[in-house]
Design a protein around this ligand. Structure first.
Ligand SMILES: Cc1cc2nc3c(=O)[nH]c(=O)nc-3n(C[C@H](O)[C@H](O)[C@H](O)COP(=O)(O)OP(=O)(O)OC[C@H]3O[C@@H](n4cnc5c(N)ncnc54)[C@H](O)[C@@H]3O)c2cc1C
Ligand SMILES: *[C@@H]1O[C@H](CO)[C@@H](O)[C@H](O)[C@H]1NC(C)=O
Ligand SMILES: *[C@@H]1O[C@H](CO)[C@@H](O)[C@H](O)[C@H]1NC(C)=O
Ligand SMILES: *[C@@H]1O[C@H](CO)[C@@H](O)[C@H](O)[C@H]1NC(C)=O
Ligand SMILES: *[C@@H]1O[C@H](CO)[C@@H](O)[C@H](O)[C@H]1NC(C)=O
Ligand SMILES: *[C@@H]1O[C@H](CO)[C@@H](O)[C@H](O)[C@H]1NC(C)=O
Ligand SMILES: *[C@@H]1O[C@H](CO)[C@@H](O)[C@H](O)[C@H]1NC(C)=O
Ligand SMILES: *[C@@H]1O[C@H](CO)[C@@H](O)[C@H](O)[C@H]1NC(C)=O
Ligand SMILES: *[C@@H]1O[C@H](CO)[C@@H](O)[C@H](O)[C@H]1NC(C)=O
Length: 767
């Protein structure tokens, strides 16, 4: 469940460590810039400062942006995070470059001057500028600055969609279509003042490129000599799939190693990111269900994977530690041959039963059994009831998904997030032959033809970073829909365009197997995700809960106190308050399902009419099972994992059904007195609203299918989850799932993991 697009994430990632920038000299103007060319579109960002003289730090810099003409606007954020930060935006317009400097809040008079080497030719546009009074500024949260005497992580954003009004330097623009970060050692990004002053006057070049004199000499890492003892099973990734797999494997008594690139999450796992209002407890952001919405507006969101450009959790629990925790037991249809599963998976119910035994769901998570903040349920259920929907306990009847609604079911226990971390991982940890390592990033599997002999990691304490397998050992990749494909590409498994990117990468290229060992499989193809469209309403009964904004820093005191006392009340639940489903036939003969999730508050509102922000609620409408649209994911030259072709509405029938579903939902709004639709408002039809929806915002972060299960020639893994063409490499995570499950997927993923790992254990030839 996700209510925002990852693009909205840009303001949040202050500390991301991405590609490293360096020195280059622009041949057009001879300026020695420190910067970076992002690999997706090839946009270059450069900065240079005058020297620190006489203890007085510089207050200005010269910068440039060089972009291909397809890029319609570009933003540069030298401070690295957009909130309260200096943002420079430019775009080409009728032969010149329109420029602006923006900051959300007060900043003493930045002066932006375009320098003469600014140009537009048939292939590129280049903006070269001087920005004075641009190094430090005041904000409501205190002074901010570009950290010119240390290491920084400048950000960039860009779009292939033009700004709304290109003649107006302050024009609004749609959200960027791409963004990223690069690391830069600002301490070396300085030149002699005379040279700098010449460049500000438009003089060309001069002076030798600066040499970093005072940068610390790299200390050579002593060569590691430790060789870890071999493991029977190595599981990569401690998320929904990986934790189930690791636990069940460790149950057999085999020697199991679980490798996770992120750190702890909940208090139980050693996490200590505790809300300011919960000092002295072990109630972290990841424990307290009601803090879910605060995942999206935190100043230091260390939990997101910084090298995947959609939301993905990189910490113990993976997505299950940062998600809305909506937890649905899968219906029969989720694992049916019609959904793309091999026939042998048809009788899947016993595996869901195993999951349910380990991790039951609850739709009344507060420890006092009461439900809180239920106005949204009351209002939306009125709307649904008048359309013939009936109320159910959803997980008591997983197969009933037409015209039904109910309370959200969660993976919470004792008023806290539970999921696989508080169940499967908890039991695995007690077993003597189970080992896990955090902050350990798996780069590739070590492969000799079809045989995997270990995994290569960034662990510098062992020889070559390699964890070896026993003679008959096996590797299970559970790194998620983006993480697993990247490991496969880096291991020489996948389509040749992706493998060539790896081969050409300075670091990863050294470890990919030779071309004659490449295994061509459709890794990254066949992906789907639920397209989701938000509808925002107001109703006089609603308490929008301050749109969840103060929950981390200054929650309503009584609610915080109640939760601290007994893990009950509003904070014992994530934001959703109602879920519903309806089935739709379509002219192509397929049945598609609509899912709805209602919650107080809203992520974004577009209306020209006034409305009462204290009374807002959102219904997110998703197209779920039955979707036919497919996309493709892959990596770019920086090895960032990203969608290459969006999976939403590539089949127009999917869009038609979702529009129909939204129109039906709204058809009798008048039956609920006081209910008003504010986004879209009455100036926009539903068809236009859906047609013009920002594609990035359609993302539900429910990605499946990038390592699809099925038959040789069409799929990546076989019915035992083994990667075709290998002897002992398996995948257990969302990526094997052949088509969209009925509901938010982590229940279906864990259930699939139960069957998948049992098949691996039963498969002959193993340890
Ligand atoms: C914001 C958000 C909200 C969501 N809300 C819901 C919801 O309410 N209900 C629901 O059912 N689903 C929800 N989802 C989706 C759900 O969380 C995912 O579908 C699910 O977690 C995927 O499980 P997985 O095992 O495939 O991967 P993940 O859970 O992503 O786990 C992958 C793990 O592998 C690790 N890893 C990755 N690469 C490497 C590497 N190279 N080396 C070592 N470790 C690595 C990662 O750090 C991570 O821990 C949401 C997702 C997001 C992002
Ligand atoms: C246009 O300018 C860019 C940036 O200076 C340069 O790389 C490119 O080669 C130029 N294109 C042409 C056709 O001259
Ligand atoms: C752990 O592994 C060892 C060696 O493989 C085995 O002898 C032992 O029985 C295992 N322990 C358990 C508790 O299964
Ligand atoms: C928090 O967890 C630590 C480590 O498990 C434990 O020692 C400590 O007692 C816990 N604190 C509270 C307040 O529960
Ligand atoms: C809904 O409203 C319509 C009039 O707008 C009315 O005819 C109908 O009976 C109402 N249905 C229900 C179930 O309240
Ligand atoms: C390995 O990668 C992880 C995840 O990126 C990181 O936290 C860790 O510090 C890295 N380890 C080393 C030794 O660089
Ligand atoms: C807005 O809604 C709140 C909560 O229902 C209410 O107290 C307030 O009076 C409303 N404001 C206006 C201007 O109607
Ligand atoms: C649209 O809604 C606004 C605000 O509720 C209202 O003032 C206006 O009359 C409506 N317009 C139409 C055409 O219904
Ligand atoms: C996956 O995509 C590939 C490439 O488009 C295609 O050849 C294959 O048939 C698809 N597999 C399935 C199971 O749909």
């Amino acid at each position: 469940m996700l209510l925002r697009s990852a693009l909205a994430l840009l303001p949040l990632l202050g500390t991301a460590l991405a590609q490293l920038g360096g020195l280059y000299t622009d041949p057009d103007n001879g300026i020695h810039f420190f910067g970076f060319t992002e690999p997706a579109q090839g946009v270059t960002f450069g900065y240079v400062f005058p020297l620190v003289v006489g203890g007085a730090p510089p207050t200005e810099f010269i910068g440039e942006i060089v972009a291909p003409v397809d890029v319609k606007w570009v933003g540069a954020v030298p401070g690295g995070a957009m909130v309260h930060n200096l943002l420079l935006v430019a775009w080409p317009w009728q032969g010149s470059v329109v420029q602006s400097v923006r900051i959300a809040t007060a900043m003493t008079g930045p002066i932006l001057t375009q320098l003469p080497s600014t140009k537009i030719n048939s292939t590129h546009w280049k903006w070269v500028y001087r920005c004075q009074n641009c190094v430090s500024w005041d904000t409501p949260v205190g002074p901010k600055n570009i950290p010119i005497d240390s290491f920084g992580v400048p950000a960039w954003a860009q779009s292939t969609v033009p700004v709304d009004n290109p003649t107006d330097p302050q024009s609004t623009f749609q959200e960027h279509t791409d963004f990223g970060f690069f690391g830069l050692d600002w301490t070396v990004a300085h030149v002699e003042n005379d040279l700098y002053q010449g460049w500000t006057r438009g003089e060309n070049g001069g002076g030798p490129p600066p040499t970093p004199t005072d940068s610390p000499t790299p200390t050579s890492t002593p060569t590691a000599t430790a060789v870890p003892s071999p493991y029977d099973y190595i599981v990569v990734g401690a998320g929904a799939g990986g934790l189930v797999a690791a636990d069940r494997l460790s149950e057999t008594g085999k020697k199991v190693l679980l490798l996770e690139r992120g750190g702890p999450s909940t208090g139980e796992t050693g996490g200590n990111y505790i809300a300011p209002w919960a000092p002295g407890t072990n109630l972290t952001k990841f424990d307290v269900p009601g803090l879910f919405e605060s995942m999206f507006n935190d100043g230091n969101p260390f939990w997101w994977c910084k090298d995947i450009n959609v939301f993905a959790g990189c910490l113990v629990g993976g997505g299950t530690s940062i998600n809305g925790a909506l937890y649905w037991l899968p219906p029969y249809s989720d694992f049916s041959p019609g959904a793309g599963w091999p026939n042998s998976w048809g009788n899947h119910a016993p595996w869901t039963e195993k999951l349910k035994q380990r991790l039951p769901s609850t739709d009344a998570p507060s420890t006092d059994g009461k439900r809180y903040l239920m106005q949204t349920f009351n209002v939306v259920s009125k709307l649904l009831s008048s359309q013939g929907y009936r109320q159910l306990t959803i997980n008591d009847a997983p197969d009933q998904k037409d015209h039904v609604f109910g309370y959200p079911a969660y993976n919470f226990q004792g008023g806290k997030r539970a999921g696989p971390v508080a169940t499967y991982f908890r039991s695995a940890k007690t077993r003597p032959n189970f080992t896990y390592k955090l902050y350990t990033n798996v780069l590739n599997v070590v492969r000799n033809g079809a045989q995997i002999t270990g995994v290569k990691t960034n662990d510098t304490s062992i020889v070559d970073g390699v964890y070896p397998l026993t003679q008959r050992g096996r590797v299970i990749l559970s790194a998620g829909s983006f993480g697993t494909p990247r490991i496969l590409f880096r291991s020489g498994i996948g389509p040749s365009d992706m493998l060539n990117i790896v081969k050409n990468h300075a670091e990863a290229g050294r470890f990919i197997p030779p071309d004659n060992q490449w295994i061509n499989l459709p890794v990254g193809y066949n992906v789907s995700d639920n397209p989701s469209i938000n509808l925002v309403f107001t109703h006089p009964d609603i308490d929008a809960y301050d749109n969840w904004a103060p929950i981390w820093n200054s929650p309503r005191p009584a609610d915080a106190a109640q939760y601290l006392k007994s893990q009950s009340g509003i904070f014992s639940q994530a934001s959703p308050r109602i879920n519903f489903w309806r089935a739709y036939g379509a002219p192509d003969g397929r049945t598609r399902w609509l899912q709805g999730t209602g919650r107080p508050g809203a992520a974004s509102i577009t209306t020209s009419y006034p409305y009462n922000a204290s009374q807002i609620l959102t219904i997110t409408t998703y197209l779920s099972s039955g979707i036919t649209s497919r996309g493709r994911i892959g990596i770019d030259a920086a090895l960032t994992a990203r969608p290459l072709i969006g999976p939403w509405f590539t089949d127009p029938m999917d869009k038609q059904v979702l529009i129909q579903g939204i129109n039906d939902l709204l058809s009798n709004m008048k039956n609920v007195s006081g209910l008003r639709l504010i986004t879209p408002d009455n100036t926009t039809t539903i068809t236009d609203y859906v047609n013009n929806y920002d594609p990035g915002s359609l993302n539900s972060n429910h990605w499946v299918g990038s390592c699809i299960i099925g038959t040789q020639g069409k799929a990546v893994v076989d019915e035992n989850t083994k990667v075709f063409g290998t002897n002992n490499l398996f995948v257990i995570d969302a990526s094997i799932i052949p088509s969209m499950p009925m509901s938010n997927p982590h229940g279906a993923i864990m259930s699939a993991a139960e069957q998948g790992v049992a098949r691996i254990i039963a498969l002959s030839g193993g340890p």
